[in-house]
Design a protein around this ligand. Structure first.
Ligand code: PEP
Ligand code: MG
Length: 902
C-alpha cells in the first residue's frame, strides 16, 4: 500500500511539478530538470527531494517526518510510469541519486548510480539488456564501488586495487577487456571489501539502498571539500543540497549508445556554434575519468544522425527558452536521446560580453538585460595584458594581487637602478620590501612592482593602481636583501638583472619570462581600435554595452590623477573630470630640497622664500592638468601627508651625521635636518600633523597652493581654455578648521581671478568620522564633499590601512567577520552608514551640495552600486578603473532605477 503524504510539508516534487525558478528549493539541477520536463523534452522521469529536507536532516540528524512516506508515494508513481519496480528481479527499475545545490559546486558532492541492483536483479538487467551479462555485472560492480565509497566511507583505493588486480591477471590495462566472468568475480571481491569495512553485507533491499544513498547525499553537503569550496566561492553554508532520484538510462549498452556534454555557444570566446564532446558506449563518469578519448560532438552526426538532429533542435530550444548560453549533459541509450542536465553555462569574461551582444542582435534580450549580464570585474579582466601560460610555468611565490596585469622584466632593488635600466630600454620589475614616496620615479620606470610586505592599500598597491601598473604586494615568501641586491625564494636566489614575471591579478610570481599579450579592449578605449570598423566581436560588444551604460548612468565618473599624462589617459577612458588631484607627489624629486628649506626655516623670510620658489612650479603643474581637462572640473586637494615624509628617515640620518662627525666633516646642515626630523617625529603620523592641520600650523603653505591653483586657472582661461578648479581641504573634522582655511583661500582667489571669469569652488574631504557626523555644520562652509573612504575606513574601523590587510585579515575572512576587505569594497553597514548620514545631513543643510567619492572604493564595482543608491553625484577612481566605474554605474541605474536615464 502506498504511504500517504501525511505530513503537510511537501518535501518531494515530481519533475513535472517544478520549474527553473525554484532553485532555492529544488537546487539548480532539479529545477532545470523540471523545466525541461515541462518543455516536453526527453528527460528520464524522476523526482527531487528538496533542500529543506536536507536542512532539516542536517539540523536534527534524522529525516524529517513525512519524508519517507512522500518518497514512497513518488517512487510508486515513477514505477507506474515506467512499468517496472525498483530492483525487480526480472526487469528492474534502476535509479541514480544525484546531488544538486542552488549554486553549482562541481564534483563537490556525491552521486550514486544504478541503485536497485542486487544479486537477483543483476540477472534481470542482463536479460533485459539482450542477454548482456557483461553490462549488467559491470553496472553492479559500479554500484557497490560508488555506494561503498560514498555511503559507507569504504576507502576507494581498495576497489581500485581490486580492479587493477583483475586487469593484470587478464594482462590488460583496459576495463573494456574484462568479460562478464571477470566482472562477476570482481563483484565478489568488492562485496568482501564492503563487508570487511562496514561489518555488514552489501544491502540487497533496493529501498534501503535508496534511503542510504539519499542520506549520504545530504551528508555530503558538509564534506570537507564542499565546505572549503563554499567558503572560497562565498556560498552560504546553510543552503543544503537537493537530491534528484532519476530513472537510469544507459549510454554503455553498445555502439548505438553513448554520452556527451555540449554548450550552445563557445564558452571561451562566445562564438556561435555547437561545442561539445561525445563518447560512444560509455557512462558520464567514464568521460570524466578520461578512460577513452572523446570525439567532437559533430562526429555524432555521422554516428547517429537522428539523435544529433534532435539534440541540435533541443539546444536551440533551450537557448531560446533560457535566453542565454546553456550547457547540457545527455545520454543516448540505443538510439534514444535523453537529457540529463542543463543550466545557464559559465563563460569567460570575453564570452560574457560577446554573448550578451549577440543575444541583443537575435532579439532574445534587450540592451538593459545585456548590461545586467556583464560586470565590472569581467571588464577589468579584459583590460589587462595577460600571460600566455601555455608552457608549464610554476609560481615560486604568491602574494596579494594588488594591481592587476602581467609584467616581466629584470629585477632591480632601487628606484635609481630602475630608472637607469629603463632608460637603456630594459623592462624592469622593482622589488622592494615595501615602497615609499621616494620610490616614485622607479615605480614609473618599472613595468611592475613586487613587494614582500603590505596589503591592497599599501603605498605600492595604491600608487601602482593609480598608474595602471602591475603590482604584487605582500609576497612574504620572498626575502628581499636590498644591500646585497638579491632576493631569495623557495630556496633559490634571484640577483639583480635576473628576469621574473608577476601576475597582478592572481598575485603569482614566476621566475623567467612568461610571454605577455596586450589587451584589445584597452586599445579600443585608447582610441587605437575603432569599434565601428573593426572586425573584432569582443571590441564591438564592449563598445555597444559601454555606450548603453553611459546612456543610462546617473553617476558621473571622474578620475584620480596628479599628472597631465594620467589626466589625458583617464579622459580617453571616459573620465568626466578629476575628482582627486593629490598634490603631495609634486613635492618630491628636485623639489624636495625646497620642502626641506620650508620645514627647516627659522624665520618667516626663509619660509616665504621657499614657498615663493615652489609657487611657479606648482602653477605649472596645475596649468598642465587644467589644459588636459579643458572644460571639465578638476578637484585639487591641498597637501595632505605628514611633512616628515619629505625628510630622510630618522635612523639613516642619525647614522650619516655620526659618520660625518667621526670624519670631522662640517655637518651643520645635516644636524639641523636631524633636529627637525626628531622634532617632527610622531608615533602615529596618520593621526598626527597632516591634512588641514598642516594648513593651520604652517603659515603660507596652503596659501601658496591656493594661489598657484587660481593663477593656473586664470592663465588657462586667458589662453582661451576653460578651467574649472575645485579646491579640496583634506582631513577636516570640524567646520571651524574649514572656515579658517576658506577665509584665507577666498581672499587669495578674489585677488587672483579678478575679472577673468574663473570660478573656484571650495569644498572638503569627508574622511574623518567626526566630519561625517557633523556634516550638516561642515556643509555650511563647503560647496562640495568628497568622501575619502580610505581614511574613513581606517578611522572608522581603527584599522591601519598600511598594515592590517597583510597582517591578520586572513583570520577575519576565515571567521566571516567580513567577506572582503573593507578597504577594497565599502563596508555598507558601518563606513557606508557614515557616508549616508553625511550625504543626507550635508544636503539638508545645503541643497545642491555636490557629493562625490575619491577613495579606492570609487572604482570598486559593488561600492559603485552603493554610491549610486546613496545618491552621490560622482565617483572618482584611478584612470584604469574609469571604464569599470562607467559600466557599473550604468548597471546600478538599470538595476535599481529601471527606466532612469541621464
Ligand atoms: C582617502 O582617504 O580615501 C583619500 C582619497 O585620501 P588618501 O588616500 O590620499 O589619504
Ligand atoms: Mg585620505
Amino acid at each position: 500500500m502506498a504511504a500517504q503524504e501525511t505530513d503537510d510539508h511537501k518535501y518531494v516534487y515530481d519533475f513535472s511539478e517544478g520549474n527553473k525558478d525554484l532553485k532555492d528549493l529544488l537546487g539548480g539541477k532539479g529545477a532545470n530538470l523540471a523545466e525541461m520536463t515541462n518543455l516536453g523534452l526527453p528527460v528520464p522521469p524522476g523526482f527531487t527531494i528538496t533542500t529543506e529536507a536536507c536542512q532539516a536532516y542536517l539540523a536534527t540528524g534524522r529525516e524529517p517526518d513525512g519524508l519517507a512516506g512522500q518518497i514512497e508515494t513518488h517512487l510508486q508513481a515513477l514505477e507506474r510510469e515506467m512499468g517496472k519496480r525498483l530492483g525487480d528481479p526480472h526487469d528492474p527499475l534502476l535509479v541514480s541519486v544525484r546531488s544538486g545545490a542552488k549554486f553549482s559546486m562541481p564534483g563537490m558532492m556525491e552521486t550514486v548510480l544504478n541503485v536497485g541492483l542486487n544479486d537477483q536483479s543483476v540477472v534481470g538487467l542482463a536479460a533485459q539488456a539482450g542477454q548482456n551479462d557483461r553490462f549488467a555485472w559491470d553496472s553492479y560492480r559500479r554500484l557497490i564501488q560508488m555506494f561503498g565509497k560514498t555511503v559507507c566511507e569504504v576507502p576507494g583505493e581498495e576497489f581500485e586495487h581490486a580492479l587493477d588486480e583483475v586487469k593484470s591477471a587478464k594482462g590488460t590495462h583496459n576495463d573494456l577487456d574484462l568479460d562478464a566472468d571477470d566482472l562477476r568475480g570482481l563483484v565478489d571481491a568488492y562485496k568482501k571489501i564492503f563487508a570487511k569495512h562496514t561489518g555488514r553485507e552489501f544491502p540487497q533491499q533496493p529501498r534501503e539502498q535508496l534511503d542510504l544513498a539519499i542520506r549520504a547525499v545530504f551528508e555530503s553537503w558538509n564534506a570537507e571539500r564542499a565546505v572549503l569550496y563554499r567558503r572560497q566561492e562565498r556560498i552560504p553554508a546553510d543552503l543544503g543540497t537537493a537530491v534528484n532520484v532519476v530513472t537510469m538510462v544507459f549510454g554503455n549498452l553498445g555502439p548505438d549508445s553513448g554520452t556527451g556534454v555540449a554548450f550552445t555557444r563557445d564558452p571561451g570566446s562566445g562564438a556561435q556554434g555547437i561545442y561539445g564532446d561525445y563518447l560512444a558506449n560509455a557512462q558520464g563518469e567514464d568521460v570524466v575519468a578520461g578512460i577513452r578519448n572523446t570525439v567532437p560532438l559533430q562526429e555524432l552526426e555521422r554516428l547517429d544522425k537522428s539523435s544529433y538532429d534532435e539534440l541540435l533542435s533541443i539546444m536551440a530550444r533551450l537557448e531560446e527558452h533560457y535566453r542565454d548560453l546553456c550547457d547540457i549533459e545527455f545520454t543516448i541509450e540505443r538510439g534514444k536521446l535523453w537529457m540529463l542536465q542543463t543550466r545557464v553555462g559559465k563563460r569567460t569574461a570575453a564570452a560574457a560580453f560577446v554573448i550578451a551582444g549577440q543575444l541583443v542582435d537575435e532579439g532574445l534580450i534587450d540592451e538593459d538585460e545585456a548590461l545586467h549580464r556583464v560586470n565590472g570585474a569581467q571588464l577589468a579582466q579584459l583590460m589587462f595584458p595577460r600571460f600566455q601560460l601555455d608552457h608549464e610555468f610554476e609560481a615560486v611565490a604568491t602574494g596579494i594581487g594588488a594591481s592587476p596585469g602581467a609584467a616581466s622584466g629584470k629585477v632591480v632593488f632601487t628606484s635609481a637602478r630602475a630608472v637607469e635600466l629603463a632608460a637603456e630600454g630594459e623592462s624592469v620589475i622593482l622589488v622592494r620590501r615595501e615602497t615609499n614616496p621616494d620610490d616614485l620615479n622607479g615605480m614609473i620606470a618599472a613595468k611592475g612592482i613586487l613587494t614582500s610586505r603590505g596589503g591592497k592599500t599599501s603605498h605600492a598597491a595604491v600608487v601602482a593602481r593609480g598608474m595602471g601598473k602591475t603590482c604584487v604586494s605582500g609576497a612574504d615568501e620572498i626575502d628581499v636583501n636590498v644591500p646585497a641586491k638579491r632576493f631569495t625564494v623557495a630556496g633559490q636566489t634571484v640577483d639583480e638583472g635576473d628576469v621574473v614575471s608577476i601576475d597582478g591579478t592572481t598575485g603569482k610570481v614566476y621566475l623567467g619570462e612568461v610571454p605577455v599579450m596586450p589587451s584589445e579592449v584597452v586599445q579600443y578605449f585608447e582610441g587605437s581600435i575603432d569599434a565601428e570598423h573593426v572586425d573584432n566581436p569582443l571590441v564591438r560588444a564592449v563598445h555597444r554595452i559601454m555606450t548603453h551604460a553611459d546612456g543610462k548612468r546617473r553617476l558621473a565618473v571622474r578620475t584620480n590623477a596628479d599628472t597631465g599624462a594620467d589626466a589625458a589617459r583617464a579622459r580617453r577612458f571616459g573620465a568626466e573630470g578629476i575628482g582627486l588631484c593629490r598634490t603631495e607627489h609634486m613635492f618630491l624629486g628636485d623639489r624636495r630640497e625646497l620642502v626641506e628649506r620650508l620645514i627647516l626655516a627659522r624665520a618667516a623670510a626663509e619660509r616665504d622664500e621657499a614657498l615663493a620658489a615652489l609657487l611657479p612650479l606648482q602653477r605649472a603643474d596645475f596649468e598642465e592638468i587644467f589644459r588636459e581637462m579643458d572644460g571639465l572640473p578638476v578637484t585639487v586637494r591641498l597637501i595632505d601627508p605628514p611633512l616628515h615624509e619629505f625628510l630622510p628617515p630618522l635612523e639613516q640620518l642619525a647614522v650619516n651625521v655620526a659618520v660625518a662627525q667621526e670624519r670631522g666633516e662640517d655637518v651643520a646642515k645635516e644636524e639641523a635636518l636631524l633636529a627637525a626630523v626628531r622634532r617632527m617625529h610622531e608615533e602615529n603620523p596618520m593621526l598626527g600633523l597632516r591634512g588641514v592641520r598642516l594648513g593651520l600650523v604652517i603659515p603660507g603653505l596652503f596659501a601658496m597652493q591656493v594661489r598657484a591653483i587660481a593663477e593656473a586657472a586664470v592663465a588657462v582661461v586667458r589662453a582661451g581654455g576653460v578651467a574649472r578648479p575645485e579646491i579640496m581641504v583634506p582631513l577636516v573634522g570640524a567646520v571651524q578648521e574649514l572656515e579658517t582655511v576658506r577665509a584665507e583661500a577666498e581672499r587669495i582667489i578674489a585677488e587672483v581671478v579678478g575679472d577673468s571669469g574663473v570660478e573656484v569652488l571650495i569644498g572638503t574631504m569627508i574622511e574623518v568620522p567626526r566630519a561625517a557626523l557633523t556634516a550638516g555644520q561642515i556643509a555650511e562652509a563647503a560647496e562640495f564633499f568628497s568622501f575619502g573612504t580610505n581614511d574613513l575606513t581606517q578611522m572608522g574601523w581603527g584599522f591601519s590601512r598600511d598594515d592590517v590587510e597583510g597582517a591578520f585579515f586572513w583570520r577575519y575572512l576565515e571567521l566571516g567577520i567580513f567577506g572582503i576587505s573593507p578597504f577594497e569594497s565599502i563596508d555598507r553597514d558601518g563606513v557606508g552608514r557614515l557616508v549616508r548620514i553625511a550625504a543626507e545631513e550635508g544636503r539638508a543643510a545645503r541643497p545642491g551640495l555636490k557629493l562625490g567619492v575619491c577613495g579606492e572604493h570609487g572604482g570598486d564595482p559593488d561600492s559603485v552600486h552603493f554610491f549610486h543608491e546613496v545618491g552621490l553625484d560622482y565617483v572618482s577612481c584611478s584612470p584604469f578603473r574609469v571604464p569599470v566605474a562607467r559600466l557599473e554605474a550604468g548597471r546600478a541605474a538599470v538595476e535599481t532605477d529601471g527606466s532612469d536615464s541621464r
